[in-house]
Design a binder for this molecule. Structure first.
Ligand SMILES: *Cc1c(COP(=O)(O)O)cnc(C)c1O
Ligand SMILES: [Zn+2]
Length: 409
């Protein structure tokens, strides 16, 4: 099965209607979101032993790109699942692993969905892509589009960090900075999608795009010898990462590749917590008017229909939704860097901050095997220039300093 895509059709998540594979963003009958359905019998028969190759396209069988020549890559995926015993001890958790997405080509989990989105743009004959982004998606879509020889029209949040803006400006000539937050532009942009001037690389509807992030779940499963952790904590803005990961585990379970699905925990920034509120209140999502959060990738007040899907998956699977304040996120960022040497951005570390809070509130069992998805590197974070007053040493003063810092006390 190595290189053959086993995608068979699209199915509506609301009414179940089946649609042929094609560039279709919602159900004809009820406007519900669509998900890709694969040949589960083949998956069951072949088993994981049939996987070939490295990185994201190792999982080509469960991705929707038929022609191997259209599978765009910059070397994404195959990120480490890091055992973190020191941090686990500090948090009082039996076993803690981090799925660290920093090593991806543009430093974030977005590269997984960009790979399948841009490949699908080629598959369906588009010449251009577009996305509305708070920074990471724009960076990633611009890079993958360039790699595929496609134009990309990128709309970036005005508060996007400087490194992300530099990266976008380097990879596309068509970068537009928009005023306000993601929610202000996305509804208008979504209406233009139907004109087909660009391939929809947004997170709200495109089933082909979010599919790439499903490989997070496949990698975690494979890296644990097909015995995934009890709990997986993943960040949630619009819900693409969360839904894709949850679907991946569900699919592997249905194909008999893993004995059970992990309990899924959705992590939001307290300043953009629409899903957490709905989860607690037990009702539907009420869109929020939001401002700034340090977790800029989580700054969405209206998670839309994908957010509603995430909420449904949370409820169906006995999951939990939690939140963290900006200060908690920044504290988690420092702790992670000092205890395990992992420098992640605020958005990337939000799920860890939420785990810390849920443990403190005793909402999660510390005796379980817990995996946190840390979705971005810290190297794209905005920061004032560090202090750089240099010290001139001679032999004696250098010795004094080393002894003072590292000598026995
Ligand atoms: C986009 C993003 C997320 C999550 O966003 P979803 O739309 O919910 O998938 C998480 N972390 C980082 C670093 C991101 O860029
Ligand atoms: Zn439908």
């Amino acid at each position: 099965m190595n290189t053959e895509s086993l995608a068979r059709h699209l199915a509506c998540i609301d009414c179940g209607a089946v649609h042929a594979l094609g560039y279709r963003l919602q159900c004809d009958k009820c406007r519900g979101l669509l998900e890709l359905v694969y040949d589960l019998d083949r998956l069951r028969r072949d088993g994981p032993g049939g996987l070939r190759g490295a990185g994201l396209w190792r999982y080509a069988a469960v991705l929707p790109i038929a022609d191997p020549a259209q599978r765009v890559t910059l070397g994404e995926g195959a990120t480490p699942l890091l055992d973190c015993p020191r941090l686990a001890r500090q948090l009082g958790v039996r076993r803690l692993t981090l799925k660290y997405e920093g090593p991806n080509p543009t430093g974030t989990v977005k590269d997984r969905s960009s790979a399948t989105a841009v490949s699908a743009a080629l598959q369906f004959g588009f010449a251009a892509t577009s996305v509305v982004s708070s920074g990471n998606a724009g960076s990633s879509i611009a890079a993958y589009s360039a790699r595929a020889g496609l134009r990309s029209l990128i709309f970036a949040y005005e508060r996007t960090s400087a490194p992300k803006l530099l990266h976008m400006a380097a990879t596309t000539p068509d970068l537009v900075i928009y005023r306000g937050v993601y929610d202000d532009l996305i509804t208008l942009w979504d209406r233009l999608v139907e004109d087909r001037l660009f391939f929809d690389c947004g997170a709200s509807r495109n089933a082909y795009k979010h599919e790439g992030k499903k490989t997070l779940a496949y990698e975690i499963a494979e890296q644990t010898g097909w015995a995934p952790p009890d709990v997986v904590v993943a960040p949630l803005a619009v819900g693409e990462t969360f839904v894709a990961a949850a679907r991946g585990f569900k699919e592997m379970h249905a194909a008999g590749w893993i004995p059970r699905v992990p309990r899924m925990v959705a992590a939001q920034a307290a300043r953009a917590n629409a899903v957490v509120r709905a989860f607690r209140a037990g009702g539907d999502i009420t869109p929020l008017k939001i401002g700034y959060t340090v977790a800029e990738g989580l700054a969405a007040g209206d998670p839309g229909r994908k957010g509603a899907w995430a909420l449904r998956l949370l409820r169906e699977t006995g999951g939990v939704a939690g939140e963290a304040e900006d200060e908690e996120i920044l504290a988690a960022q420092r702790t992670l860097a000092r205890t395990e040497g992992i420098w992640a951005g605020p958005t990337g570390v939000a799920a860890l901050a939420v785990l810390m809070r849920l443990l403190a509130e005793r909402a999660l069992d510390p005796a379980q095997d817990i995996c946190v998805v840390v979705t971005e590197t810290g190297l794209k974070t905005e920061a004032p220039p560090p202090e750089r007053a240099g010290v001139a040493f001679d032999e004696a003063s250098l010795r004094r300093l080393v002894v003072e810092r590292l000598g026995r006390r």
